[in-house]
Design a protein around this ligand. Structure first.
Ligand code: NAD
Ligand code: ZN
Ligand code: ZN
Length: 363
C-alpha cells in the first residue's frame, strides 16, 4: 500500500516547481514514514532546481525538516511512531571504513530509504538530499530520523536538519573555533548567520560578517557579529585584515559557494589559519592558487560536509541550547508559508529578502 500526498516537485531544469500528487510507500525494512510538520527552504533546493547538483529530475524538493514518525519498518528499533524527529541527510552506516575508524561524521555510505517515492504515473522521484520533505509525508531511512525534545517548535527544530547545522558546525566543528579566536564569515544567509552564531557560542571575540547585501549585514549583527564588511563597496581582504590587527582572521568561513569569495576567504586568513568551505560550488567552478601561497600560509583548507555534524550527538544538544535560551533559532525563521508558496519563496531567497522561509504543514 502507498499513501497519496501533496509534494513540491522540480520537473525539469530551471522550470518553476509545482505541487503534485505523489505516492509514498509504506515503510519497509530499515525505513520510517514521517508526517512532515515543517520544512525550511534552503539554497540547495534552488541548486537542485537549477540543475546544479545533478540531472536526476524530477526532484522532490525539501530537506530541512521536522515531523512525527508515523510508521516504521518491521526491524526498526531506533525510532517509534509518535517520536518527534529532525530529519538528517547523513544517516551514518556504522560499518564503512570511516565509521570503523571512529569518524562517523564522514560516513562514506550514508543511508536513505530503499523504496522509491513516485509521481502518480509511476515516475520515480529523486528526493533532495535523500529526504524530500516539501511533502505531507515522506519516506526515509530510520537512521535519518533524530529524536529531539518535542517542546521545540517544528519550524525551528527542522532548521537544524540542514543549513543551520551546516553553519553552526562549520564554525564549531570543522573550523574548531575556540575562545579568543577571530572569525570572518563570507556570506550571511541562513548558513552564514548560523556560522556567526556558532562562532559566538564557541567563544570567538572578533566575529566579522561579510556580505554584498546591507540587509544581511544587519542580520549578521543581530546574530552577534562584532563587525561587518560590505563586499559590494569595500576591499574585503583589506577590511578583514584591518579588523584583525593587520593579520587576517584565525578562521575564514566561505558560505556562498563562489570562487571569488573563496579566494577572499583564503587571503583574508592569518598565518596557520583555517579556511572552511561550506558554500557548495557548481561543477564548473575552478580555483587557481599559487602553490607557494598554499604552503607559505600553512594552516588548513577544510571542506565542511553538513558542518561535520553527528546528528545523534548534535541535534538534541542544539535543541537543548535553544530551549535554554542560549541559541536563538527563532531569528532564522523569516516567514512561514504553505506548500504552494515554495516557488515564490525560492525567488525571495534569490532576492535576499529572507533568511529562511519555512513551509508549515500543521501538527
Ligand atoms: N556544506 C553543506 O553541508 C551545506 C549545507 C547547506 C547549505 N550549503 C550551501 O551554503 C551556501 C549558502 O546557503 P544559504 O542557504 O545560506 O544561502 P543564502 O542565499 O541564504 O545566502 C547566501 C548569501 O551569500 C551572499 N552573497 C552572494 N554573493 C556574495 C559575495 N560575492 N560576497 C559576499 N556575500 C555574497 C548573499 O547576499 C546571501 O546573503 C549555499 O551554497 C548552500 O548550497 C552547504
Ligand atoms: Zn559509515
Ligand atoms: Zn540545505
Amino acid at each position: 500500500m502507498s499513501y497519496e500526498v501533496r509534494g513540491v516537485v522540480a520537473r525539469s531544469k530551471k522550470a518553476p516547481v509545482t505541487v503534485e500528487s505523489i505516492l509514498v510507500p509504506e515503510p519497509g525494512a530499515g525505513e520510517a514514514l514521517v508526517k512532515v510538520q515543517a520544512c525550511g527552504v534552503c539554497h540547495t533546493d534552488l541548486h537542485y532546481r537549477e540543475g546544479g547538483i545533478n540531472d536526476d529530475f524530477p526532484f522532490l524538493l525539501g530537506h530541512e525538516a521536522a515531523g512525527v514518525v508515523e510508521a516504521v519498518g518491521p526491524d526498526v528499533t531506533s525510532v517509534a511512531p509518535g517520536d518527534f524527529v529532525v530529519l538528517n541527510w547523513r544517516a551514518v552506516c556504522g560499518e564503512c571504513r570511516s565509521c570503523r575508524r571512529g569518524r562517523p561524521w564522514y560516513c562514506f555510505a550514508t543511508h536513505n530509504a530503499s523504496q522509491k517515492m513516485t509521481l502518480e504515473d509511476g515516475t520515480v522521484l529523486s528526493p533532495a538530499l535523500g529526504i524530500g520533505a516539501f511533502a505531507e509525508k515522506t519516506l526515509v531511512a530510520a537512521g535519518q530520523c533524530t529524536p529531539v525534545d518535542r517542546r521545540a517548535r517544528p519550524e525551528v527544530a527542522g532548521l537544524l536538519g540542514c543549513g543551520v547545522m551546516a553553519g553552526l558546525g562549520a564554525a564549531m566543528l570543522t573550523g574548531e573555533v575556540s575562545r579568543g579566536d577571530s572569525v570572518a564569515i563570507f556570506g550571511c544567509g541562513g548558513v552564514g548567520c548560523a556560522a556567526i552564531a556558532g562562532a559566538v557560542l564557541a567563544g570567538a571575540t572578533t566575529v566579522i560578517g561579510v556580505d554584498i547585501d546591507p540587509r544581511k549585514l544587519e542580520l549578521a549583527k543581530s546574530f552577534g557579529a562584532t563587525a561587518v564588511v560590505d563586499a559590494g563597496t569595500e576591499d574585503v581582504v583589506e577590511s578583514v585584515r584591518a579588523l584583525t590587527g593587520g593579520f587576517g582572521a584565525d578562521v575564514c568561513i566561505e558560505a556562498v559557494g563562489n570562487r571569488k569569495v573563496f579566494e577572499q576567504a583564503f587571503y583574508a586568513r592569518d598565518l596557520a589559519g583555517t579556511v572552511v568551505q561550506v558554500g557548495v560550488p557548481t561543477p564548473e567552478m575552478r580555483l587557481e592558487l599559487p602553490m607557494i601561497e598554499l604552503f607559505g600560509r600553512g594552516g588548513r583548507i577544510a571542506p565542511s560536509w553538513y558542518g561535520d555534524c553527528l546528528p545523534s550527538r548534535d541535534f538534541p544538544m542544539l535543541v537543548d541550547l535553544y530551549l535554554e535560551g542560549r541559541l536563538d533559532l527563532d531569528r532564522f525563521v523569516s516567514e512561514t508559508i504553505g506548500l504552494d508558496e515554495v516557488e515564490e519563496a525560492l525567488h525571495r531567497m534569490e532576492r535576499g529578502e529572507v533568511l529562511r522561509s519555512v513551509v508549515v504543514l500543521g501538527s
